[in-house]
Design a protein around this ligand. Structure first.
Ligand code: HXC
Ligand code: NAP
Length: 267
């Protein structure tokens, strides 16, 4: 049943569409996969843990009646990602949308961050997104209406403490959004980022704002609350809809105004 931010969309808005969603077994990207399926799309979800994917696929399929393919892969392995896209094409006949959501993060002071810690996050978020974009290029081109959504963040708009690795990675992904929009527009492929602010009930917030930090963080958000998974899913559906047909190369920030808010004297 579609409630809240997803209720506004037409029932069969995405009928006949197919999508591949990396990181689609959990959190925000599971929400995007579910929203696409609720609106009629067939979806392939991928991440490293097959059991997590199987549970998510069964739940989304039971709720929506759509085909949900679950194929495990580590986005750091380009061949594994090609296999995911190939499996989706074989099962669904096409891939119209790729959502790059796979990411890793933790809090760490830059001075204590190991070279491998920095590299790991850049490899998953940035290099992994490149691998998936490259693997999906041909089906997105053949779609004639291809869309790539990169899920980034707002961390890199300012200096964010303990987040050098993730900030650098997401800045790179936003750069990739602009570059691919320019290179792939001629093939009918639109490329956009969605930059969520803090989203409740996610692994990201459990890691970055545990316990009391969550309540404190809300004070810095003009709308006074964390966002919801469905609010990010609705942004993804909007970008996929005909209403966004002329939108490419942009970053859609969905953060309750957090990134434009400058705390004054601790207030
Ligand atoms: C410092 C750490 C660390 C920590 C890992 N490392 N955790 N360093 N503090 N808490 C270092 C390790 O010591 C190691 O370096 C290197 O990172 C690789 O660690 P592995 O455990 O071998 O990596 P791997 O198994 O590949 O796991 C990747 C991971 C992990 C990112 C470290 O946390 C993971 O799989 N996360 C996936 C889920 C996730 O993070 N979801 C949240 C996304 S939220 P050395 O030098 O010891 O070898 C998000 C929010 C963005 O992205 C913005 C929000 C506002
Ligand atoms: P999440 O549930 O942990 O999502 C991250 C997903 O990536 C998981 O499904 C994880 O599954 C997968 N993943 C991690 N490493 C991978 C790898 N090497 N290969 C393939 N898949 C991998 O966290 P989330 O909070 O919902 O975050 C989702 C996205 O939103 C991320 O891009 C994140 O940066 C972004 N974001 C989140 C917030 C927030 O408030 N939560 C804010 C801004 C941006 P496995 O571990 O099973 O592989």
């Amino acid at each position: 049943m579609r409630t809240g931010p997803l209720a506004i969309f037409k029932d069969d808005l995405l009928k006949g569409h197919t999508a591949v969603v990396t990181g689609g077994g959990s959190g925000i990207c599971r929400g995007i996969a579910r929203a696409f399926a609720l609106l009629g799309a067939d979806v392939c979800i991928t991440s490293r843990k097959q059991a997590v994917l199987d549970e998510a696929a069964a739940a989304i399929s039971a709720e929506t009646g759509r085909a949900i393919l679950a194929v495990a892969a580590d986005v750091r392995d380009p061949d594994a990602v090609i296999k995911v896209v190939t499996a989706a094409r074989e099962r669904f006949g096409a891939v119209d949308t790729l959502v790059n959501g796979a990411a890793g993060n933790f809090l760490a002071p830059a001075a204590a961050l190991s070279p491998n810690g920095f590299k790991t996050v850049v490899d998953i978020d940035l290099v992994g997104s490149f691998h998936a974009a490259k693997a999906a290029f041909e089906p997105l081109r053949l779609s004639g209406n291809g869309l790539l959504i990169n899920v980034t963040a707002t961390l890199h708009y300012h200096g964010t403490p303990l987040q050098l690795h993730a900030s650098a990675a997401k800045a790179g992904v936003d750069a990739m959004t602009r570059n691919l929009a320019v290179e792939w527009g001629q093939f009918g492929i639109r490329v956009n980022s969605i930059a969520p602010g803090p989203i409740g009930d996610t692994e990201g917030m459990r890691r970055l704002a545990p316990g009391n930090a969550a309540e404190l963080a809300k004070k810095g958000i003009p709308l006074g609350r964390f966002g919801t998974i469905d609010e990010i899913a609705a942004a993804a559906v909007y970008l996929r809809s005909p209403a966004a047909a002329y939108i490419t190369g942009t970053v859609l920030v969905v953060d309750g105004g957090q990134c434009v808010s400058l705390p004054m004297f601790g207030v």
